[in-house]
Design a protein around this ligand. Structure first.
Ligand code: LLP
Length: 409
């Protein structure tokens, strides 16, 4: 569900014509719908209520502080994976008690910062990390709340690079190791072992992998409780897939119904960490056609703005900002970057000419947040639409900002 619709052949976000935003702020530009973001959060909040659970929005999907503030004010918690994301959350006014810190490579500085702020929990991914956190907690005289992230060995996810739950992936620890660590740390004065976690992958379109993982998590929680651990949460991670181009998807309700069956009669709180399913369909990337050449539409956005097609062969749907309904041709939409891999979509039917605007759909998640300055291209601006109003929430980068950190030797 989203709030991008045609009215009289013009593409609107809520009540704003995308062409008006492009005219005011230029292109390429990311445009997000506040109503879609809040609707998605609400659907997850209602779904998770059946298991007495909590939504921890995965910051990496779309991390502008205005979006974080919006979601925070509307009841989201946050799943972070870096000191940078922690900083963003704090800048956005998020209560540290609503932050969970995941990720395989937390540095000493990141752990200290999060401990000092008093975040809700670290989901740890190795015994060395747990040892490091314990040492830092001792130094800071602050007990760390910990979840053990395990790897349930399920093969799920929309692309090789975004599968995270197979036993040979770098994520999590084995169930056997989790049990060992639980035994050796349960009476540790610096560590408070309060949860278990998993995240099996991303852009998952079926429920069976989530179900297999959840059953294993339940069994683990029971075993850890039996050895005297006080497991208060089971974090099932994110991963629910969205529709990019006609795929059948599962709803948050369907997912939580699966979890509810498995975790019925349990006291642990169930956490979920959706990123994509909240942000993806809430955003589009609008770009202008610079040139038409044979079957190529060369646009002013590129793989530095949206890397998903180049990196994962993702197929984002493309929309004409003004659908003039004249005869269509098949185009590849490519950017100005000097690589053949620099494309945004292939084989799309459009009736576009130089100067027209096209919108790349489902770009709200892992769009701007994965953008870069490759080819010394400033990152685009971001806009939040609310009804008939639109607000600049990130300025387009300037050329001087691009080189500001380069020191002359
Ligand atoms: N929790 C953890 C621990 C994660 O690593 C992730 C995503 C999430 C939650 C959120 O997953 P989601 O609900 O968004 O599927 N850049 C890739 C996606 C990478 C996802 C990484 N981890 C893409 O553009 O498809």
């Amino acid at each position: 569900m989203n709030h991008f619709n045609y009215k009289n052949n013009q593409l609107f976000c809520e009540k704003v014509f995308l062409g008006d935003i492009a005219e005011k702020y230029g292109t390429p530009i990311y445009i997000y719908s506040k109503a879609t973001l809040l609707h998605h959060l609400d659907v997850f909040k209602k779904a998770v209520a059946i298991v007495n659970g909590t939504v921890f929005y995965s910051v990496k999907a779309l991390s502008n502080i205005n979006i974080l503030r919006l979601l925070s004010e509307n009841g989201a918690g946050f799943d972070i994976v870096s000191g940078g994301e922690l900083h963003r959350c704090i800048q956005a006014g998020v209560d540290p008690k609503r932050i969970i810190f995941s990720g395989v490579g937390k540095s000493k500085a990141e752990i200290s910062a999060a401990l000092k702020l008093g975040i809700h929990a670290f989901n740890i991914e190795s015994s060395e990390e747990l040892e490091r956190i314990s040492m830092i907690s001792e130094l800071l005289k602050q007990r760390a709340d910990i979840g053990l992230r395990v790897n349930p060995n399920v093969d799920q996810g929309g692309h090789e690079y975004i599968k995270t739950g197979r036993k040979d992936d770098k994520f999590g620890i084995s169930f056997a190791e989790a049990k060992e660590l639980a035994k050796s740390y349960k009476d540790n004065p610096h560590i408070n072992l309060i949860g278990i976690a998993c995240h099996i992958g991303s852009q998952i379109l079926e429920l069976d992998g989530f179900e297999t993982a959840a059953k294993q998590m339940l069994a683990l929680s029971i075993e850890l409780s039996a050895v005297g651990c006080d497991i208060r949460f089971i974090d099932m991670g994110g991963g629910l897939g969205v529709q990019y181009n006609g795929e059948e998807t599962k709803t948050p309700d369907e997912l939580l119904t699966v979890y509810a069956k498995i975790f019925k009669d349990r006291d642990e709180e169930i956490y979920i960490e959706p990123g994509r399913a909240i942000a993806a369909n809430a955003g589009m990337l609008v770009t202008e056609v610079e040139y038409c050449k044979n079957n190529f539409l060369i646009v002013d956005a590129a793989m530095n703005d949206l890397i998903r097609p180049a990196l994962y062969q993702a197929k984002h749907k493309v929309h004409e900002v003004v659908n003039n309904k004249v005869s269509k041709k098949t185009f590849d939409i490519v950017g100005p970057i000097c690589e053949t891999g620099d494309y945004l979509a292939k084989g799309v039917e459009l009736s576009c000419k130089t100067g027209d605007l096209v919108a790349i759909g489902t770009a709200g998640a892992y769009g701007f947040s994965m953008s870069s300055n490759y080819n010394t291209r400033p990152r685009s601006a971001e806009i939040l639409v609310d009804g008939d109003k639109f607000t600049l929430i990130r300025k387009r980068e300037t050329l001087s900002e691009l080189i500001a950190n380069e020191v002359e030797s």
